[in-house]
Design a protein around this ligand. Structure first.
Ligand code: AMP
Length: 411
């Protein structure tokens, strides 16, 4: 392909994050973010990474996603990176929920878009924003291949035993209730990169990936394929997160409704937005929590301990699921930066072959690295995730195959 650029779009309900990459050398050409779309105080931050690379910021009302993408296009054009450039090969969209249907990145046509819309009932918070982003980008460049890269796709290899909840099968199937998992592009990228770090092929390596950001999820990856993950029907299940509770007895919900008098929407907000670390101690930023812990704050200490306890339970569970573990990889904002979290999560697990070297753990860096001592049977890795690069790579590879197929069909 002579066109080697890919624009990656990640559309939220009131935001649009983007990166323009050149897949000839995986270089980032520009990155940016439009926030508070639809408000008076919208803000566009754009950083060209060619030339002087100075960040530009614009504030003022941006009415909707269409206006946001047009504003982004204008910024890119000002850097000579316009969306009308023949060098742009494709646009890659992050789509949160691909259900069972989308096991791979997919070139978007009307039928694919209709299927993503059909999934809105299982992803009411996320898919509508993704759909808006896709529609807007297609309107702007109808001739350009647009690819959907699904957060759920990497987890579609989970066996039924891991993916099904133990509830009535007919009811579950009727309402598409099962465990889908999220953060898939990150789990895919990090498990593959961990194998590379060990100097092995992904097929030969079993990895537990701990994606610890504001949202957090764990996955068990056997030979490059996901066999279990901690998020379920929605991103609420599993680990303690910044604002989400993660696992709890489902009867807590009945109790809060019947005894506490809370509505379903109030409980939804409580568990998704006001629980996890912020619910436990009023802060969801691990830096602030560690600062408070170091000052002797008991509430922050308890929040930290609950966070670590849950993390350990998942490490143990996935160790058992995999049988043999070659490496545990920490990633995302907390996993990449919070040495105390990594040390505490692995503390006391020497019998499982797990250990962290204090000095290696304290080193900061942007590169994938091992933090376990040489003797550790199970390696512990820190692998900075790069979801945009993964979306761009998958988009670019798919568009290459797609064009090849079209060429062959034409001959
Ligand atoms: P993410 O969702 O991957 O962007 O991660 C965001 C979270 O990472 C923040 O809420 C912080 O809790 C955490 N984080 C970022 N930098 C640090 C740091 N230096 N130390 C501890 N936690 C951090």
């Amino acid at each position: 392909m002579s066109s080697t650029r890919v624009l990656v779009l990640n559309s939220g309900s009131s935001s649009l994050k983007y990166q323009l990459l050149d897949m000839a050398d995986s270089a980032r050409l520009a990155v940016g973010l439009v926030e508070r779309i639809g408000e008076e105080t919208s803000r566009l931050k754009h950083t060209p990474l060619t030339g002087d690379g100075a960040e530009r910021e614009r504030t003022g009302p941006i009415a909707d996603h269409e206006a946001a993408l047009k504003a982004v296009a204008a910024e890119l054009a000002a850097d000579g990176l316009g969306l009308d450039s023949p060098e742009l090969a494709a646009i890659g969209h992050r789509v949160v929920h691909g259900g069972l249907k989308f096991t791979e990145p997919t070139v978007i046509d009307d039928a694919v878009l209709a299927e993503i819309e059909r999934l809105v009932p299982v992803a009411p918070l996320h898919n509508p924003a993704n759909i808006t982003g896709i529609r807007t980008a297609r309107a702007l460049r109808p001739d350009l291949p647009q690819v959907a890269v699904f957060d759920t796709a990497f987890h579609t290899t989970m066996p039924e035993a891991a993916a099904r909840y133990a509830i009535d099968v007919a009811t579950a199937d009727q309402h598409r209730v099962r465990r889908y998992g999220f953060h898939g592009t990150s789990h895919a990228y990090v498990s593959r990169t961990t194998a590379e770090l060990l100097g092995k092929a992904p097929e030969d390596v079993n990895v537990i990936v701990l994606h610890l950001g504001n949202g957090a999820s764990a996955s068990a990856v056997r030979g490059g394929r996901c066999v279990d993950t901690s998020m379920g029907l929605t991103p609420l299940e599993g680990l303690v997160m910044g604002t989400r509770s993660g696992d709890l007895d489902p009867a807590v919900i009945f109790h809060l409704a019947r005894v506490g008098g809370l509505s379903i929407d109030e409980i939804d907000t409580l568990l998704n937005k006001k629980s996890g670390l912020i619910g436990l101690c009023g802060d969801n930023d691990m830096r602030e929590i560690r600062r408070r812990v170091d000052e002797g704050d008991e509430q922050a200490r308890l929040a930290f301990d609950i966070y670590i306890h849950r993390l350990k339970k998942y490490i143990g569970a996935y160790y058992a699921v995999l049988g043999r573990v070659d490496a545990i990889a920490f990633t995302a904002g907390v996993g990449e930066n919070a040495a105390p979290v990594r040390a505490a999560a692995v503390a006391g697990l020497e019998e499982l072959g797990l250990a962290v070297d204090g000095e290696l753990n304290a080193v900061r860096g942007d590169e994938p690295r091992l933090i376990s001592p040489g003797y550790a049977r199970v390696k512990v890795a820190v692998v900075p995730t790069d979801e945009e690069l993964e979306i761009a790579s998958q988009t670019y590879a798919l568009v290459g195959r797609h064009e090849e197929r079209l060429r062959r069909m034409g001959n």
